[in-house]
Design a protein around this ligand. Sequence first.
Ligand SMILES: Nc1nc2c(ncn2[C@@H]2O[C@H](COP(=O)(O)OP(=O)(O)OP(=O)(O)O)[C@@H](O)[C@H]2O)c(=O)[nH]1
Ligand SMILES: [Mg+2]
Length: 327
Amino acid sequence: MKISTEDFINGIKSGNKRLIAKAITLVESIKPEHRNQAEELLKQILPLTGKSIRVGITGVPGAGKSTFIENFGRLAILNGKKVAVLAIDPSSAINKGSILGDKTRMEELAKEENAFIRPSPSSGFLGGVANTTFETMMICEAAGYDYILIETVGVGQSEVLVSDITDVFLFLKIIGGGDELQGIKRGIMEMVDVIFINKVEESNLQKAKNTKLELKRALDFLPSKEKDWKVPVLLGSALNNIGLNEVYQKIDDFISLKKKTNRFEEVRTQQSEKRFEYWVQEYILAMMKKNDSVEEAYIQHKKNASDLISNPSTEAKLFVEKFLKKN
Ligand SMILES: Nc1nc2c(ncn2[C@@H]2O[C@H](COP(=O)(O)OP(=O)(O)OP(=O)(O)O)[C@@H](O)[C@H]2O)c(=O)[nH]1
Ligand SMILES: [Mg+2]
């Protein structure tokens, strides 16, 4: 049975998890009639959004992201906060990637009344991963969640996507995790706001301290992303709940600093502009493709590009000029 927009909104406002989940399914849907209702819903909840702290968490597979989120989330709840957990997974559209890693379902956190855990979308969807996750985040914010924790799943572009929708970016590092072999992807180091060296125990404490020094040195060579913020490198164990308080505190400090310097709003504004630009392209293309001959041409030009008959940018230009050229 179709749920009315009003019912969705009342459900979200009252924190009804079943309706929150259904609203998220609605915004993830690619069906045009669903999209129309999604737009209406998002428009109406907009005034209720924007108040959470949006945290992106990255790290190589197995670094302990899910374990960290589970215990960090419980810590936030102990501090009286409500926590929503989302995943961003650019690979899921292709291989129907696993849901927040099948190994870790965050069972303890999931039991908490003040936690909401949402698996990443697992099939093709409109608007790209970051935009879909952003809209999911809006719904969670309207439902009163104070922290939105976003786990990056898969490697590569997911960090860029997640940094486009978050306020603070946390990098979980493990010693000997392979990432230092690649000099730790420079891109990540430039994006990161807080580093947590995870799985530190008595036996590897000295190694961890050395890694911390190396990271600090590497950071010194990079331009700082936020003025007056020195990226902290913390040590601890997500599994044993060591060092998470410090991360919590650093995130708090970082957000306070960004608010004081107006960077908080400024970055969010830039992020919104980027989303706007994205949607303009998305909708222009969708409108154009409603016409059969345009759709046909689109497929042909795309094929030329994919068959390497010509350069993708040349094909894109030819396609657009065929239909949009002033005459
Ligand atoms: N010893 C130790 N093990 C940990 C710690 N944190 C996480 N682990 C373990 O490391 C393994 C991977 O943890 P996950 O939390 O699933 O890691 P992840 O980064 O979410 O992994 P993916 O989602 O697959 O990318 C699990 O077996 C955890 O129990 C820690 O602080 N110490
Ligand atoms: Mg995980």
